[in-house]
Unconditional design. Structure first.
Length: 389
């Protein structure tokens, strides 16, 4: 169903979560791609175009994913183009993701510059909000599948070419705070670029310095960083204890134990945790393997691994991340939904535009079954069917 000009839509479900609370037997009213109101089902204007979902269904804000390497058989590093970014966004939309940051992992300077240029052209289309640069200023000791020859130690002069990222929508950069000079984080943040710590061995002291400069996030908490210890809290301890930091977390049951997921929610609440997928090209595609910068990666028992068994991103979509948070980590559904929508929107400074079903916000929604399978997804009021699960 695509909205016609000046035709008010009403999408009805047994339960609606608006990002803050629940509405039973209600409808979301959509006017020209924006949320007009949420009201009781028996109070819907008679001239609305109506779409009714079955008993047990749920409407919620569309999911927002801050870390998407690929989807639909496309890997951004293979083709850092506007077309690739659109294709990735379309592949994830079937799984309830209405907005995302295509993510480029550490690569050559030429590819990184090309990705920034592509994001500037495509931002605002198909739910692409900006670009996530994961690297190249990482700690080689925590490289994971990032290719070490492309990892670099930052110098202040690198700010000059990175500032183009400020014109690429709501973009962000993951770096190792111990591998950049003092003032580097501040220079990025002062231009509107969000900065996260990741692939790092930063001490709590170094993290606090970076936070003072404006760092506000941690990329895939618990992964590619030292474990928390009583006398060495490091990134994990800082992230869990500092309310200024929003931590992304991969809830696939593989990257992080469900007990650790529950501990993170207990420490920070849903306002401090953003569900992310770290998705690779296999999501939304039939492929069971792909080439990642010269390394073969395959799906084995739900894991994406190299021949050596190293995890390489995730075979995960946001709907499954929400289900896992609820079913594996026993997070209440409404808290998982906030972490999948309103929290990432707030991290990007877009919480008045998306992430919640509030009057004036873009009408980005997902309809879920009782089992939390995707029934349909809307972007700016335009609806398409979800996957058959």
């Amino acid at each position: 169903m695509v909205q016609k000009d000046n035709v008010l839509q009403a999408v009805l479900a047994e339960r609606i979560f608006d990002g803050f609370g629940w509405h039973d037997n209600a409808a979301v009213l959509i006017d020209r791609g924006r949320v007009q109101d949420i009201r009781a089902a028996d109070n819907v204007p008679p001239d609305c175009a109506r779409q009714q979902f079955p008993a047990g269904s749920i409407l919620a804000p569309g999911f927002i994913d801050l870390q998407v390497n690929g989807g639909g058989g496309v890997l951004l590093n293979d083709a850092p183009t506007p077309e690739a970014m659109r294709e990735i966004a379309r592949a994830h939309r079937r799984f309830g993701t209405t907005a995302l940051l295509p993510t480029l992992i550490t690569d050559t300077r030429e590819k990184t510059v090309a990705a920034i240029a592509a994001a500037k052209k495509v931002v605002g289309d198909d739910g692409v909000l900006g670009l996530h640069l994961e690297g190249p200023f990482l700690n080689p000791a925590r490289a994971g599948v990032h290719r070490k020859p492309f990892i670099a130690k930052a110098e202040m002069r690198d700010i000059d070419w990175l500032l183009a990222l400020a014109d690429a929508g709501h973009s962000m950069m993951t770096l190792a705070p111990e591998c950049v000079p003092r003032g580097f984080v501040h220079a990025l943040v002062s231009r509107g670029i969000r900065v996260c710590a990741g692939h790092s061995e930063a001490s709590a002291e170094v993290m606090q310095r970076a936070i003072a400069e404006g760092l506000t996030g941690v990329t895939h908490l618990f992964n590619a960083m030292p474990p928390f210890a009583g006398r060495a809290p490091g990134i994990v301890g800082t992230a869990l204890s500092d309310p200024r930091v929003i931590a992304g977390i991969i809830v696939d049951g593989l990257h992080v134990d469900p007990v650790s997921v529950r501990a993170a929610f207990a420490a920070k609440g849903e306002k401090g945790i953003a569900l992310v997928t770290d998705a690779m090209p296999t999501v939304g595609a039939n492929a069971v393997s792909f080439d990642l910068l010269g390394t073969n990666v395959s799906v084995r028992d739900g894991r994406l691994v190299t021949a050596e068994g190293t995890l390489a991103g995730a075979h995960l979509d946001m709907a499954k991340a929400v289900r896992n948070a609820v079913q594996l980590a026993h997070i209440p559904l409404e808290r998982a939904l906030v972490s999948a929508s309103r929290t990432p929107a707030r991290f990007l400074g877009m919480d008045h535009e998306c992430g919640a079903l509030i009057p004036g916000a873009r009408a980005d929604l997902v309809a879920l079954s009782r089992e939390l399978a995707v029934l349909a997804t809307w972007v700016a009021g335009e609806c398409e069917d979800g996957p058959r699960q």
